[in-house]
Design a protein around this ligand. Structure first.
Ligand code: AMP
Ligand code: MG
Length: 399
């Protein structure tokens, strides 16, 4: 992302966006030594032997007028204090109210505390001027809360990259049409649009391309005007799979053509000039756009987006690159597959707390959207395993 590609948005609209200008602490956090408990602010030496009785010289609530905070604590003195209130100087710990019983201005303390206990020192979370949120972070609930705490009601975020979506196939018809007996409604453009949005991009759904080179080429040219182009279908070995051929004719550079995975084996990735520049190599380079040719089977499309297009899109969105992350869960029933391909199979993760377990959904292969809609994750099966017994921990990719 270039610096000029940033915009200012209000705090709530910044959720899910990528930060383009750092957020700094406008003051120490916390701005005063903060009590984390309701109780009594004490000098820890005064309560080293318990039970002991202290003299209560005042009360400090959260937001207390600073004038009304005792300047210091003397021997055997204490103040009643509330969570979030400033600890007076002289006190070095807070005894929880649960370990006290008060009678008039005397309080009996029944538990010792160490120096520093139940107090967050001034500036312990962040120093004034230090960076709180760095450029490239995708803003989540905690980041928005942090920005709010630093008084930022507006944030600079990167523009969302545009993602053109071109689906291909003579059999594919629009969602509103009544399909003929051998026709299929377009579902890939919709799953890709949803995945694109979730990854921080702005989908631009283009027309369905027939399996015909001329029309496909003009839709690819249209798609290359976006920041990223996603094609689905037409990348397998069939006679009418024209995507690679047309892109080659357009002088596309391919970085890979296929992956040892299932679903999604025929996936291709490359870069292609928009066709507009027509200039020398450098100009051509500048005007080029990354593209993915994703296999047309709906589950292949979804999986290959997650594995390949999402990281690319995140990079285009200005995010710090990060590795794909897989969590692990215990396999509920055994899995048997053929060797040779890394598999990402639709599965259901269930169970409570640390008892989570995962199980494949039964499916009819990578065209089975219904099975995938019942699933909430994919089990990742390494290419060198043809059998995984129940009870083993397996990697899963969330969706
Ligand atoms: P292809 O990769 O073009 O060989 O397509 C593989 C399978 O995916 C075929 O059964 C296609 O009908 C199906 N398919 C391709 N594109 C779409 C789409 N946009 N929506 C739903 N199914 C599709
Ligand atoms: Mg096709």
């Amino acid at each position: 992302m270039k610096p000029g590609d940033a915009e200012s948005v209000d705090l709530l609209h910044a959720a899910g966006r990528v930060l383009a200008s750092p957020v700094l602490a406008d003051r120490d956090i916390p701005p005063f030594p903060r009590s984390t408990r309701d109780g009594y602010a004490v000098r820890s030496v005064d309560v080293s032997k318990v039970p002991t009785t202290l003299h209560v010289i005042g009360e400090i609530k959260a937001g207390q007028d600073p004038e009304k905070i005792p300047s210091t604590l003397g021997n055997q003195q204490t103040v009643s204090i509330m969570t979030g209130a400033p600890v007076p100087s002289g006190a070095d710990a807070v005894v929880m109210v649960e370990y006290s019983s008060v009678r008039g201005d005397q309080v009996e303390i029944t538990r010792s505390v160490e120096a520093g206990e139940n107090i967050v020192p001034r500036g312990a979370e962040a120093r004034r001027g230090s960076p709180l949120i760095s450029v490239g972070m995708r803003l989540n609930d905690a980041a928005i809360a942090l920005a709010a705490s630093a008084g930022k009601s507006r944030l600079q975020v990167y523009r969302r990259p545009t993602v053109a979506i071109v689906t291909t196939g003579d059999e594919i018809v629009d969602v509103d049409s009544t399909p003929g007996p051998t026709q299929i409604r377009n579902s890939n453009s919709y799953s890709l649009a949803v995945q694109t949005r979730a990854a921080g991009g702005e989908p631009v759904i283009l027309a369905v391309a027939p399996d015909e080179a001329q029309r496909l080429r003009s839709l690819i040219e249209e798609g290359l005007k976006s920041d990223l182009l996603l094609l689905t279908g037409g990348v397998s070995m069939g006679r009418y799979d024209l995507v690679e051929q047309v892109l080659s004719e357009m002088q596309a550079k391919f970085f890979f053509t296929g992956a040892k995975i299932q679903p999604g084996r025929p996936v291709v990735f490359g870069r292609c000039g928009s066709g507009k520049s027509g200039g020398g190599a450098a100009t051509h380079e500048q005007a080029s756009t990354y593209f993915f040719g994703l296999p047309g089977n709906p589950v292949s499309t979804m999986v290959t987006f997650e594995l390949f297009a999402r990281p690319m899109l995140e990079a285009l969105a200005g995010m710090e690159p990060r590795a794909l992350m897989f969590v692990h869960a215990k396999l509920k029933s055994e899995v048997r597959v053929k060797l040779g391909l890394k598999r990402f199979l639709p599965a259901i993760l269930s169970g409570k707390l640390e008892q989570s377990q995962v199980e494949l959904v039964s499916w009819q292969g990578s065209g089975d959207i219904a099975a995938t809609a019942r699933a909430n994750c994919y089990i990742v099966i390494p290419e060198d395993r043809d059998h995984i017994p129940a009870g083993e921990f397996v990697a899963i990719m969330m969706r």
